[in-house]
Design a protein around this ligand. Structure first.
Ligand code: RP5
Length: 166
């Protein structure tokens, strides 16, 4: 998978299929905007279970601090990843063709107590918020990142015009 690969990534952005990339790229755009190092990888709970095991069980030792996992349909990837790592896990429901992502959302959000997955909205908005949420988590122990996040939010606020006219 192409994308900004960093020598010491703090955020792992994984997805069940290459077809998820156009959505998951929105998470990476936020991380790029905030100067957060990340890596990307296709990891399928169904099609590449050993890759999933290796990725999730080794993530913390490799220095990752947060994992963002996007999946569609019977979306086991975020929950299975969370079961094998103590790192905070953010799940992104990908919009499926048959059920418009409601299947993905329910698969990811309805975790039984004990293995949390912080689930965001379906699709691009959720992926963008996953990037922001990962940055906010890291910012609790990184003052410079916290400053960048504050500036990003202030710019967003400034960009909202009061008037409906140009
Ligand atoms: C899931 O199945 C993936 O996360 C993707 O959203 C969905 C469809 O995958 P493809 O058939 O497009 O590879 O595992």
């Amino acid at each position: 998978m192409s994308g900004a690969q960093n020598s010491s990534p703090l955020v792992g952005v994984i997805m069940g299929s290459r077809s998820d990339w156009p959505v998951m790229a929105k998470a990476c755009e936020m991380l790029d905007a905030l100067g957060v190092a990340y890596e990307t990888k296709v990891v399928s709970a169904h099609r590449t279970p050993k890759r999933l095991y290796d990725y999730a069980s080794g993530a913390k030792a490799r220095g990752l601090k947060v994992i963002i996992a996007g999946a569609g349909g019977a979306a086991h990837l975020p929950g299975m990843t969370a079961s094998m790592t103590p790192l905070p896990l953010i799940g992104v429901p990908i919009q499926s063709k048959a059920l418009k992502g409601l299947d993905s959302l329910l698969s990811i959000v309805q975790m039984p107590a004990g293995v949390p997955v912080a689930t965001v909205a379906i699709g691009e908005a959720g992926a963008a918020n996953a990037g922001l949420l990962a940055a906010a988590m890291l910012a609790t122990s990184d003052d410079k990142l916290a400053e960048r996040l504050d500036k990003w939010r202030a710019a967003q606020t400034d960009a909202v015009a009061e008037s409906v006219e140009d």
